[in-house]
Design a binder for this molecule. Structure first.
Ligand code: PLP
Length: 400
């Protein structure tokens, strides 16, 4: 019979995908399910980006490209890092993969030996620990509660570092919490890192462009150039430009790491999709003004969701600085009983109840390593959000 490799023994299909599949099945049965689980913008890819892809196809850009990104895309990425982040990467210090996910995978595959540790603050994007595990490493999860605004504190980092620590992974703004690190938040962490030269940092800046109010986005290397020799600055076009399906992510980092990552990629995918690379060039070099309108639209929806959730007895939601997620505490509904007599013990019980009885699909905090919470993705029409929030409110009021 089939015998899976031990490296995937502890890794399942993500809880988020499981909930999505269950919700989709319910929808097919005709139930009016609203899915607030998706991790992608509801906007379309802008026309000028699609057009660049069509032009590339017609011009015959349909063959293998350079292994870890075409020269033109690498140049666009160098320009992006300089223009938006004040970072000075050269073309041989940047790499392109099939999404930021492949960048993470390449980096861990290229650097992790059995037993190496990766420090991951929770709540975290579920793939982090799964990728680390597939690569034979050990995830060291450090809980960062709402009280600490879901941000890793310097003392926690100091305590989590061991001789086996290889990487620390920071994600700002965060999926799932929407929390973001300001320069002041990063500074104490940078000081810890400067004291531990063997520890490298992955900065996942995927949601850089989705920030609100007067929050100023900053990336660690821009704050401390001495870290540049051991930081991988990860970004991509998926979230900023609504290009999740094009599969283009990229990173800047030290030459030796970038080269090692290319070895992995060469044996996995040969190169990122040529047409998608042409589209990504248009995204990075093209007009950026539309991002402002999209931010404003997300902000309006964030405000709606946060205020409606906080009005529900038993729920508590801090206002996130960025991304398109809320991460709400649901401690107040634990211990209660549903109208059908089921006791709600965990956040997963609560989200099961919301799916089964209110037909609203959200993801429990247990999927992100920090309970009792649940994540809403508000990349949805306002009409659907209002309907979903009405149902959540009614469902919570029905708990005894
Ligand atoms: N990083 C974070 C925090 C994410 O939420 C995601 C997608 O959900 C990714 C990276 C990967 O994005 P992609 O592989 O589409 O570039």
């Amino acid at each position: 019979g089939f015998r899976p490799a031990s490296r995937i023994a502890g890794v399942g299909v993500s809880k988020i995908l499981q909930i999505g599949a269950k919700a989709a099945a319910m929808k097919r049965e005709g139930l009016p399910v609203i899915i607030l689980g998706a991790g992608e913008p509801d906007f379309d890819t802008p026309d000028h980006i699609k057009k660049a892809a069509k032009v590339a196809i017609d011009a015959g850009e349909t063959k293998y490209t350079a292994l870890d990104g075409s020269p033109a895309l690498k140049q666009a990425i160098v320009g992006k890092f300089r223009r938006e982040n004040g970072l000075d990467y050269s073309v041989d210090e940047v790499t392109v993969g099939a999404g930021a996910k492949q960048i993470l995978f390449n980096a861990f595959m290229a650097t992790i030996n059995p037993g190496d540790e990766v420090i991951i603050p929770t709540p975290y994007w579920t793939s982090y620990s799964d990728i680390v595990e597939v690569c034979g490493g050990t995830s060291v999860l450090v809980p960062c509660d709402a009280g600490a605004r879901f941000r890793l504190q310097a003392e926690q980092l100091e305590k989590a570092i061991t001789p086996k620590t290889r990487w620390v992974l920071l994600n700002s703004p965060s999926n799932p919490s929407g929390a973001a690190y300001s320069a002041e938040d990063y500074q104490p962490l940078i000081e810890v890192l400067l004291r531990h030269p063997q520890v490298w940092l992955m900065a996942d800046d995927m949601y850089e462009h989705i920030i609100y109010d007067d929050f100023t986005f900053v990336t660690p290397v821009a704050l401390e150039p001495r870290l540049k020799e051991r930081v991988l600055t990860i970004n991509g076009v998926s979230k900023a430009y609504a290009m999740t399906g094009w599969r283009i992510g990229y990173a800047g980092g030290p030459k030796a790491l970038i080269k090692a990552m290319a070895v992995i990629q060469s044996q996995a995918t040969s190169c990122p999709c040529s047409v998608s690379q042409a589209a990504a060039i248009a995204a990075l070099n093209g007009p950026q003004e539309f991002l402002k309108d999209r931010r404003a639209s997300f902000k309006q929806r964030r405000n709606l969701v946060v205020s409606r959730l906080n009005a529900v007895d038993g729920l508590e939601c801090r206002t996130p600085e960025g991304a398109f997620y809320t991460y709400s505490g649901c401690a107040g509904v634990l211990g209660k009983t549903t109208p059908k007599g089921k006791k709600i013990v965990t956040d997963a019980d609560f989200t099961d109840y919301l799916l089964e009885e209110a037909h609203v699909a959200v993801v429990p905090g247990s999927a992100f390593g920090l309970s009792p919470f649940f994540r809403i993705s508000y990349a949805m029409s306002e009409v659907e959000l209002v309907e979903a929030l009405d149902r959540i409110e009614t469902a919570c009021a029905a708990l005894q």
